[in-house]
Design a protein around this ligand. Structure first.
Ligand code: CMP
Length: 139
């Protein structure tokens, strides 16, 4: 079933010039960008995006990191896009990620882990709408 997921190439991966490699991995796996922008989040925007993690000890540091430089925010569309993107990313902690995953290749540690991907249809819907109005998403 074709579905959409929200992916973010985080500021650490943008700084390391990994944008091209990461987008190539999405496309090779059959995940097509249907909306995309380079943007630097303000801290409140990062806090709103990660609101589900508000009570976590790493919340403030995470939001500082996510607003530290430009990130690429992408809506990916394809069969089983949510699960497929999570497989491409690998485990949250790059040290635990499988070989050939994005986080293994480009992540430094559990916080600076190169990419984000929605983890469920509900979060995909929230996260996609957080960054893109419907008229900016191609089909
Ligand atoms: P992400 O998939 O974007 O979802 C939440 C983010 O919080 C996660 O990737 C990491 O960047 C960060 N994160 C998760 N767990 C930890 C942790 N234990 N310490 C620091 N950062 C974390």
């Amino acid at each position: 079933m074709s579905e959409r997921t929200l992916a973010i190439i985080k500021p650490d991966a943008v700084k390391k010039n990994a944008v091209g490699d990461i987008i190539n991995r999405y496309e090779q796996a059959g995940l097509k960008p249907v909306a995309m922008k380079l943007m630097q989040m303000s801290k409140p925007v990062a806090e709103g995006f990660y609101a589900v993690h508000k009570a976590r000890p790493f919340f403030d540091s995470l939001c500082t990191f996510m607003s530290s430089g430009p990130a690429v925010v992408i809506v990916l569309q394809g069969d089983n896009a949510i699960k497929k993107n999570r497989e491409l990313m690998g485990a949250t902690d790059p040290a635990k990620a499988d070989a050939n995953t994005i986080r293994k290749a480009h992540g430094a540690n559990i916080e600076f882990n190169a990419v984000h991907g929605s983890d469920s249809p509900e979060t995909a819907a929230f996260e996609t709408a957080y960054f893109f109005p419907g008229m900016e998403i191609f089909s």
